[in-house]
Design a protein around this ligand. Sequence first.
Ligand code: HEC
Length: 134
Amino acid sequence: MIIKTIFVIIIGVIFSVNPITENKKRISAKTINNKALQPDGKQLFLLQCASCHHATRDLIGPSIYGVRSRWRNKNLLYQYIRNSSEVIKKDAYAKNLFIKWNKTVMTPFPKITNAEIELILNYVDSEAKRKGLM
Ligand code: HEC
């Protein structure tokens, strides 16, 4: 009798836990597939960069459209956006830019991913193309 009760409880636990985890999986898959819930380049740009950068003209910092062609390699550019001070120490282009922009320090974004940076730069380039600048 006791064994039977324990058995029933175990089965019950297995069946009650499973649908919950299944459901969670389904929700996250749905979220990932939902374009509207994904961050897009424009949102990321407006939230994090627009206080200093305009897509197509100079502001507190330079306009950043077409910036990928100004940097000798992408990883350096990613690193620069995550922490510009580190790159200014070792790269002549970054150092000159810093001097040109009156040594204004760009906010570090240590958590920004390469993919998010690409989304932002794609958005900025698309704005420049829309205005016939690229
Ligand atoms: C506090 C102001 C500020 C914020 C916020 C800021 N930047 Fe900057 N950024 C600058 C300044 C100023 C420069 C010019 C270089 C310098 O002074 O170090 C610059 C330079 C750059 C450059 C190099 C441009 C070139 O011509 O090579 C890139 C790329 C860049 N920023 C991207 C971003 C991105 C992407 C964000 C948002 C995630 C961002 N910045 C947020 C101020 C800012």
